[in-house]
Design a protein around this ligand. Structure first.
Ligand SMILES: Cc1ncc(COP(=O)(O)O)c(C=O)c1O
Length: 466
């Protein structure tokens, strides 16, 4: 760290934060009130895979900015320069008009997404998902007399923080106390084989989990179901990779009942799962909507997209004479040009540095290393993931699969932090099942980085579970 913030009286910054900032996702009691026992954490600077806090402590970031976002790592001057140049040329104009980076990034993005054709710009993953939900509802009105309006979502998936997205939220602890929710969202079962709902395994399990979706469709009435929204690999709900056979059957079911398929790539998108640009591309899926955010510009600018195929787009322009017939929606900050300018550089970095390949190589290595830990730690019940997107489910008892307590899982995360490695965990997500350690290092991670992350986990598990 270059010390410039320390010279700038970091104490004042900490005091200002303590007094006025409402942090996300966290209880403030420890550092507010009359007798604070801790300081708020301020992250001051980052370079590559590492960040430094207000005390100058170096941290290896195994979660890409806490929530799987900074995919190309910190300190990328070429992204900052591209954003600076674009802001001077034109920072903003409403999305009813186009922009140079908007058009060029859309072309580039679509070149990575065969079968898709249109990019709708927004500024958060939640908002991108809301756009898809609104399109589904409007299609129901335009085509099906308002009847085909229901949106299916899956237990354990998360699609964002707005009331609309929480209505499609499969994580009961995350939703608790925020209802009532919007009507017309219907839950389908999760597909995590480790927490099996059917006495089957492998491909048979995958097909059964997909068939469970069909049963919900039949119970609701296929003529009422407009879309199915799924994460390709569930993120905050426990890093759940789909079982064999799941996706082909899901696609078949959607086609059978004329249900639009919406894939939420907010976490998996733009390289996180390795080899392919998007998670769904590993499974041969042909979606109607793909939403993305976090890794699109690696957090260097706020940008999210709702991408559709031409079939969906056509439904909003085939009645040009109808003043209500087009998608009557705006995202003010979807018109910010910094987002696509940063996103263009982000994709260029991934291509030039071969980061899709690195993600696969390092992801496979990390999966092997974490699985090897299971030989030494009875507390490891399951290790899963794809690319640099991995989860370790901790248990109190391996045979019964009784989940480890949230307190003990948090103690592992805390011990890693004390060792200078930031890892994550499922958090206020599934009641009784907030027991999965989460890893999503930047796509630039090296073998040494992975070794450091795995060694910290090893030590922490020994300390907490013995
Ligand atoms: C799968 C998924 N979808 C949507 C979102 C919401 O994105 P945002 O926080 O940008 O609104 C998240 C956020 O973590 C996510 O994990």
């Amino acid at each position: 760290m270059d010390g410039k913030f320390l010279d700038n009286d970091i104490e004042k910054v900490v005091d200002a934060d303590r007094a006025h900032v409402w942090h996300h996702l966290i209880q403030h009691a420890p550092w507010t009130g009359d007798n604070p026992t801790a300081d708020p954490r301020i992250i001051v600077e980052g370079k590559g895979m590492r960040v430094w806090d207000q005390a100058g402590k170096e941290l290896l970031d195994a979660v890409s900015g806490g929530v799987w976002t900074v995919n190309v790592g910190y300190g990328r001057e070429r992204i900052a320069n591209a954003v600076r140049d674009q802001l001077i040329k034109l920072p903003y104009f409403a999305g009813s008009a186009g922009s140079i980076p908007g058009a060029l990034f859309s072309e580039k993005l679509i070149s990575k997404m065969p079968g898709m054709s249109r990019v709708y710009f927004t500024n958060s993953g939640s908002e991108a998902n809301e756009k898809a939900f609104k399109m589904v509802r409007q299609i129901a009105h335009k085509r099906f007399g308002g009847k085909k309006y229901k949106i299916l979502y899956r237990e354990r998936d998360y699609h964002g923080t707005t009331i609309g997205c929480l209505s499609a939220g499969g994580q009961d602890e995350r939703n608790a106390q925020y209802g009532p929710f919007a009507p017309g969202f219907v839950r389908v079962p999760h597909c995590l084989e480790y927490r099996a709902q059917w006495d089957l395994s492998g491909e048979e399990y995958g097909v059964a989990a997909a068939n469970a979706i069909e049963q919900v469709i039949l119970a609701e009435g296929p003529e009422t179901v407009g879309a199915l929204c799924l994460e390709p690999v569930t993120a905050g709900g426990g890093v759940i990779t789909p079982p064999e056979g799941y996706w082909p059957r899901v696609q078949e079911i959607c086609r059978k009942y004329d249900i639009l398929l919406h894939i939420d790539e907010v976490v998996c998108g733009v390289g996180r799962t390795g080899t392919e640009w998007f998670g769904y591309q590993h499974y041969g899926v042909e979606p109607d909507f793909v939403t993305m955010a976090k890794g699109v510009a690696s957090g260097y600018a706020a940008i999210a997209c709702c991408v559709t195929n031409e079939r969906v787009f056509d439904m909003f322009r085939d009645d040009g004479a109808d003043p209500m017939g087009y998608f009557r929606d705006i995202s003010t900050f979807g018109g910010c040009t910094a987002g696509p300018a940063a996103a263009l550089e982000n994709i260029a970095i991934i291509e030039e540095e071969g980061l899709l390949e690195n993600t696969t190589r390092m992801g496979d290595y990390m999966l092997d290393q974490l699985r090897a830990l299971a030989d030494r730690h009875e507390a490891i019940g399951d290790v899963r993931g794809k690319g640099l997107f991995l989860g370790v489910e901790l248990v109190a008892d391996r045979a019964s699969k009784e989940p480890a307590s949230e307190k003990m899982v948090a103690a592992v995360v805390g011990d890693c932090m004390a060792q200078g490695v930031v890892i994550g965990m499922t958090n206020r997500s599934i009641p009784g099942l907030n027991n999965t350690l989460c890893y999503s290092p930047a796509l630039i991670a090296t073998k040494d980085d992975i070794d450091q992350i795995v060694q910290a986990t090893d030590k922490a598990l020994t300390k907490v579970f013995g």
